[in-house]
Each structure stands twice: as structure tokens, then as C-alpha cells.
Design a binder for this molecule. Structure first.
Ligand code: AMP
Length: 128
């Protein structure tokens, strides 16, 4: 069965899309730790990020970097954290999280509750 992220990429499940090219897809995390918290995924369905071939992994990092630059510009954050963790979705993904302190990247923290309008606005700003 396709992973939830493959179904998002295929357009079967809605998302707040941030960027896409032939090999990668980025969308807002629905349970964000910070405004702009984005997930970057490869279109090929691989569970463990270090099972990706070298070229795909390198390309994914470069794709993530382009989004991180936009995130930093949009939020004015000190840095954008790039985090790979979690066992919830068996489809490799990078979390990009705007941060000003290390506690901004604490996954035990309560997540932000954003309205659909706020999610749309953020995604649109990042696409621009
Ligand atoms: P983890 O495997 O622990 O990195 O968790 C997967 C991440 O995907 C979590 O941060 C979820 O909030 C996020 N997530 C799961 N389903 C969706 C979805 N349909 N749209 C956006 N983000 C999602």
C-alpha cells in the first residue's frame, strides 16, 4: 500500500504544497513545531533515508536547502533546523524547522494550531 506521503504527492490527499520537482516534494507539516515547519520527501518510496542512493540523497539535501533559504527569509529565524527522525511514516522525510533556540526543535513540545488560512498563506509565501 502507498504511504500517506506518496498519496499526498499523487494528489489523493490534500496538503499545503511548498515546492516540487521531478524527484522531490515539499509540504507543510500538519502538526508544526513552528510556522513554516516543512517536510521534504523523495518521490520514490523509500522508508529509511540512508537507503536512498547517493544521488537521490544529495539532491534531496540541495532541494531542502533551497526551501530552508526561503524559510529563513520569510520568518527571520536564526537558523533552519534539518531533522530526520521518527518512525511514524515509512517514507523518508526531512523536517525543516525555523529555529531561534534549540527548544524550538523539541518534538515533545505542544504543536502549533494553525488555521487553514494560515497554512495556505505560509505555503503561498514559500512558493513565491
Ligand atoms: P515522523 O515520522 O515522526 O517524522 O512523523 C511524521 C510527520 O508527518 C509528523 O510530524 C506529522 O505531523 C506529519 N504528517 C503526517 N501526516 C501528515 C499529513 N497528512 N500532512 C502533513 N503532515 C503530516
Amino acid at each position: 500500500m502507498a504511504t500517506i506521503f506518496s498519496r499526498i504527492i499523487a494528489g489523493e490527499i490534500p496538503c499545503y504544497k511548498v515546492a516540487e520537482n521531478d524527484h522531490y516534494f515539499a509540504f507543510l507539516d500538519i502538526n508544526p513545531l513552528a510556522k513554516g515547519h516543512t517536510l521534504v520527501v523523495p518521490k520514490c518510496e523509500t522508508d529509511y533515508i540512508f537507503d536512498l542512493d547517493d544521488q537521490t540523497l544529495a539532491g534531496m539535501t540541495i532541494f531542502a536547502k533551497q526551501i530552508a533559504e526561503k524559510l529563513q527569509k520569510m520568518t527571520g529565524c536564526k537558523k533552519v533546523a534539518m531533522v530526520v527522525l521518527g518512525l511514524e511514516v515509512p517514507h523518508a522525510h526531512i523536517h525543516l524547522i525555523p529555529m531561534n533556540t534549540e527548544s524550538d526543535v523539541d518534538f515533545r513540545k505542544e504543536k502549533l494550531k494553525l488555521t487553514p488560512e494560515e497554512f495556505s498563506e505560509i505555503a503561498q509565501a514559500l512558493r513565491g
